[in-house]
Design a protein around this ligand. Structure first.
Ligand code: HEC
Length: 226
C-alpha cells in the first residue's frame, strides 16, 4: 500500500526534485496502464447488437401472444374457480336457427324454382308448402338440398320429372340450416328447425356425390305422411 502512487504518504515525502519527478512518471505510467483497456466514452450512441434486438422483439411478440391467449379477457374472476364463467360467452356463439335470415336466403337460392310462396310451378317445380318431403325426418331435405335430386317424383299427388342442382353444396352449414328451418316452418309447414351441426354431419356422411334419385331418397327416408 505504501508504494501506491496515490498514497498520501508518498506526496508528503520530503521532496527532492528527483523524487518528485519519479513519482510523476510513475503516475503517468500507472494511469496509461489503467486507461489502456478502457474505451473512451464517446458521444452519440452505438446500435445494440442486432441479435439482442431480435431476441427482445421475439420476447415481446411471445408476450403479446401469451396475453391474447391466456388473459381470460382480463376478467377479475379468471382465477376464481367458483366464479361463473362469463368468459365462455366470448367464444363463437352457439347456432340458433334464424328464420329471417333463412327466408332471405330462400328467396335468393330456392325461390326462382319453388317460388316465394313455396307453391312451385305446376308441371315444372314441385311445391315445398305442405310437402311431406320437406317435413318429418330432417335428413331427407338436407340431403336433397346438398346433393340435388333428379328423376320422376310425386309430390302431393302430382308427378314431376325435373332436375334440381346441388344448391346446398355451395352454402355454409349455418346458411343451409337457416333456409331449411325456414322452409320447414313457413306456409303452414310445422317441423322442427335444423341445426348447423346436423347439416355438417350429413354433408360429411354423404361426401361429394351426384344427385339423388327420388327412389334412393325414399329408400333411406320413407315419407312419414302422404
Ligand atoms: C333450379 C331450380 C331449383 C332450385 C333453385 C331449387 N330446387 Fe328444389 N327442386 C327442383 C326440382 C325440379 C325438384 C324436383 C326434382 C325431381 O323431379 O326429381 C325439386 C325438389 C325439391 C324437394 C323435394 C320435393 C318437394 O317439393 O318437396 C325439396 C325438399 C326441395 N326441392 C328443396 C329445395 C330447397 C330447400 C332449395 C333451395 C336451397 C331448392 N329446392 C332449390 C328445382 C329446384
Amino acid at each position: 500500500m505504501t508504494d501506491h502512487p496515490h498514497s498520501p504518504n508518498q506526496s508528503r515525502r520530503p521532496s527532492s526534485g528527483d523524487a518528485h519527478s519519479a513519482s510523476d512518471s510513475q503516475l503517468v505510467e500507472v494511469h496509461s496502464h489503467l486507461a489502456r483497456d478502457k474505451e473512451e466514452p464517446r458521444e452519440g450512441f452505438s446500435l445494440l447488437p442486432i441479435v439482442v434486438v431480435f431476441v427482445f422483439c421475439g420476447f415481446g411478440f411471445w408476450a403479446g401472444l401469451y396475453l391474447t391467449r391466456n388473459a381470460a379477457g382480463f376478467s377479475s374472476s379468471a382465477f376464481d374457480l367458483n366464479a361463473p364463467r362469463e368468459v365462455a360467452n366470448d367464444g363463437p356463439k352457439a347456432f340458433e336457427p334464424d328464420l329471417a335470415k333463412g327466408e332471405k336466403l330462400y328467396l335468393q337460392q330456392c325461390a326462382s324454382c319453388h317460388q316465394a310462396n313455396g307453391l312451385g310451378v305446376p308441371g315444372a317445380f314441385p311445391p315445398l308448402a305442405g310437402s311431406p318431403w320437406v317435413q318429418g325426418n330432417e335428413e331427407r331435405i338436407i340431403k336433397i338440398a346438398l346433393a340435388g335430386i333428379a328423376g320422376e317424383i310425386e309430390v302431393k299427388g302430382n308427378k314431376y320429372n325435373g332436375n334440381m342442382p346441388n344448391i346446398g353444396a355451395g352454402l355454409k352449414d349455418a346458411q343451409l340450416a337457416n333456409i331449411i328451418s325456414y322452409v320447414r316452418s313457413a306456409w303452414g309447414n310445422h317441423s322442427d328447425p335444423v341445426m348447423d351441426t346436423k347439416v355438417a354431419e350429413v354433408r360429411k356422411a354423404i361426401g361429394s356425390r351426384g344427385q339423388y334419385s327420388p327412389k334412393e331418397i325414399l329408400e333411406q327416408h320413407p315419407l312419414e305422411t302422404k
